[in-house]
Ligand binder design. Structure first.
Ligand SMILES: Cc1ncc(C[n+]2csc(CCOP(=O)(O)OP(=O)(O)O)c2C)c(N)n1
Ligand SMILES: [Mg+2]
Length: 329
């Protein structure tokens, strides 16, 4: 990844920077806590952490407005927090408790919020991509200018259904922002090993869909690209692709031994490119906040996350009768 170019525009206000800082920190601290609860045996099944990728969803949510929808993969806790879903409800779903957003019956990969227009949480790689086009179809059909943010990974970008969706989305000029979260790995396979063409967004050109690469470790760059993509969609010009270059610090899931990359590679990213540290530097160098101010924010966020974890531990397990509700047959 190229060295960071400062994308800070003179009009990036203190409030905006503080908002990004808080939102990204909430996701990081939440995910660290989820990792701890998993280690304690309180979370079962799979758990895919978003640590390192926070700037992607926080930057794009800053470009969204009421009524826009979002849909993503199993690496979804950050997306839920960024669109305003309750941290306690998300954590209690991870622990499989009654207070969870799917009443403890869905778990990490199956959470939804009608109120926030969050349509999951999908465990099948790329399955959310056609669903995203469907959500965009609904927005257009109803005559709104809302868009659907459809997130998927670099690995998912090699799935055939992505290209069927591109074709239809452009044919019908659906308001979809396709967000490829290129974190450079699909489980243990690096993008260099899986993908011939170095640029994933350029594949949209074959379908007449414009797009661009974005520095996903710079929340201001993500927000600026998000604004551009969203304006394109809202103007009725059809879909837009953002290939956001990012990096996950943790393994694919909690059970990943991470033998496919070196510790040094991860360390280098954390030290030189961390998105939260970037905003922290902007806040300090712009004299918008002191070290103590930022420590106070961290403390406040830790207490939100601790309260979510307490709720997730104390909420009861679902009643056995719940086995027979919310089912088709
Ligand atoms: C159709 C399908 N094939 C394989 C899998 C197993 N699988 C789960 S995640 C994953 C890797 C996807 O990587 P990427 O799209 O880059 O997303 P990331 O995990 O990096 O966020 C694979 C192969 C699956 N869940 N679904
Ligand atoms: Mg990936």
């Amino acid at each position: 990844m190229a060295a960071r170019k400062s994308t800070r525009k003179p009009n990036t206000s203190k409030d905006e920077l503080l908002h990004y800082y808080r939102e990204m920190l909430l996701i990081r601290r939440f995910e660290e806590k989820a990792g701890q609860l998993y280690g304690m045996g309180l979370i079962g099944g799979f758990c895919h952490l978003y640590i390192g990728q926070e700037a992607v969803v926080v930057g794009l949510e800053a470009a969204a407005k009421d009524g826009d929808s979002r849909v993503t993969s199993y690496r979804d806790h950050g997306h839920m927090l960024a669109c305003g879903m309750d941290p306690g409800g998300v954590m209690a779903e991870l622990t499989g408790r009654e207070g969870g957003l799917s009443k403890g019956k869905g778990g990490s990969m199956h959470m939804f919020s009608k109120e926030k227009d969050f349509y999951g949480g999908h465990g099948i790689v790329a399955a959310q991509v056609p669903i995203g086009a469907g959500l965009a179809f609904a927005a257009k059909y109803r005559g709104s200018d809302n868009v659907c943010f459809t997130y998927f990974g670099d690995g998912a970008a090699n799935q055939g259904q992505v290209y069927e969706t591109y074709n239809m989305a452009r044919l019908w000029d659906l308001p979809v922002v396709f967000v490829i979260e290129n974190n450079q790995y699909a489980m243990g396979t690096s993008v260099q090993r899986s993908t011939k063409s170095p640029s994933l967004w350029e594949r949209g050109v074959a379908y007449g869909i414009p797009g661009e690469e974005v520095d996903g470790m710079d929340v201001l760059a993500v927000k600026a690209a998000g604004d551009k993509a969203v304006a394109h969609c809202r103007a009725g010009k059809g879909p837009y692709i953002l290939e956001v270059k990012t990096y996950r610090y943790r393994g694919h899931s909690m059970s990943d031994p991470a033998k496919y990359r070196t510790r040094e590679e991860v360390q280098k990213m954390r030290e030189e490119r961390d998105a939260i540290e970037h905003v922290r530097e902007l806040l300090i160098s712009g004299k918008h906040a002191s070290d103590d101010d930022l420590k106070a924010i961290d403390k406040e966020i830790k207490s939100v996350v601790n309260a979510a974890a307490d709720f997730a531990k104390e909420s009861p397990e679902p009643a056995l009768s719940e086995l027979y509700t919310d089912i088709y047959a």
